[in-house]
Write a protein that binds this ligand. Structure first.
Ligand code: FO1
Length: 318
């Protein structure tokens, strides 16, 4: 059955790649992309939302492919000048990217919800699928390490994921209200699939699932919930996922990620590299190419995931 709305949960760079693939194979009105906001932080007086921006730039065709974040065709005059006057430059803000942070900060300070600001920015940049933050309330991923508790970007960028992670917490999650558009989509008759993108489960997906009301809404939704493994052959395609899993005492494997989502999943998508694990997962598994380098591979994975969802049919989640 084609048609019907698709909800994608996404965080980080891997998630944005599949979101782009989905945006190329679905009509924009049939795709709602939910971004993790646990990576957000206040820096240099600016409110920064990296996963929203990575999604927005990727869907707008403006993403910086080399860096995996920020905009392409960027200039760095602001950063160079900041360095020259002794400012904090460990988190790099390109000149064009800076405009988004300044405008988001201004509008948040004026009392606008993050979802409304995101919708306006996406419209201005020509992004047609709907992109929403998981909540308009602040949720901040923090990591307990041998250096104490670290805010996410200090761990991820300033310390380049070097500290050993002992615990992960989502400050503010307990009182965060789920994005209404997401709850509405999950309860809608025409829901076709919920796709958990190949993002880091701990720092990109679980902050979303930590928002009260979202796990129950996912468990109750009529459509199949399908996750794509972010681990291929025991390694993360990008980022610290495998290192984090080892530090948290988990085998860095596609199976271990499926176990994290277990109670929510109706299906799972793994790479050919992990085909041998397919039988042990205890749920319907689709084996396909999940490493997305080209646009064609992103579209192909999107089609494979939608095909898996359609094969599971509408009452899988019941
Ligand atoms: N990641 C880095 O490794 N170094 C940076 O200087 C950096 C700057 C940056 C600016 C804007 C933005 O939206 C993302 C940025 N990122 C940077 C990536 C960011 O830390 C990650 O994209 C997410 O937080 C995790 O996926």
């Amino acid at each position: 059955m084609s048609g019907g709305s698709v909800v994608a949960l996404s965080g980080g760079i891997g998630g944005a790649k599949l979101a782009l693939g989905l945006s190329r194979v679905l009509p924009p009105e049939e795709l709602l992309i939910v971004a993790n906001t646990g990576d957000d932080f206040e820096h240099l007086g600016l409110s920064i939302s990296p996963d929203l921006d990575t999604l927005m730039y990727t869907l707008a065709g403006l993403a910086n492919a080399e860096l995996g974040w920020g905009r392409r065709d960027e200039t760095w005059a602001f950063m160079d000048t900041l360095a020259a006057i002794g400012g904090d430059t460990w988190f790099r803000l390109g000149d064009r990217d800076l405009a988004v942070h300044v405008e988001r900060t201004r509008r948040l300070a004026a009392g606008e919800p993050l979802s409304a600001i995101t919708a306006e920015l996406c419209t201005r940049l020509g992004v047609r699928p709907r992109v929403v933050p998981m909540s308009d309330d602040p949720v901040r991923t923090r990591l307990r390490t041998e250096e104490g508790w670290l805010d996410f970007q200090h761990y991820f960028v300033r310390l380049q994921c070097r500290p050993v992670v002992q615990e992960i917490a989502f400050a503010g999650a307990a009182t965060a209200r789920p994005q209404p558009a997401l709850l509405h989509a999950l309860g809608a008759e025409g829901l076709r699939a919920v796709i958990i993108c190949p993002s880091n489960p701990f720092i990109s997906i679980e902050p979303i699932l930590a928002v009260p009301g979202l796990r129950p809404a996912l468990a109750a939704c009529r459509a199949p919930v399908i996750a794509v493994s972010p681990i291929v052959g025991g390694r993360a395609v990008k980022g610290p996922t495998a290192k984090m899993m080892a530090e948290l005492g988990l085998a860095p494997s596609a199976a271990a990620v499926a176990a994290r989502y277990r109670d929510l999943l109706d299906g799972y998508v793994i790479d050919h590299d992990d085909a041998a694990a397919a039988g042990d997962l205890g749920l319907p598994v689709t084996v396909t190419a999940t490493v997305m380098t080209t646009l064609a591979e992103r579209e192909a994975l999107a089609r494979a995931v939608l095909g898996a969802a359609d094969a599971l049919g509408g009452d899988a989640g019941a």
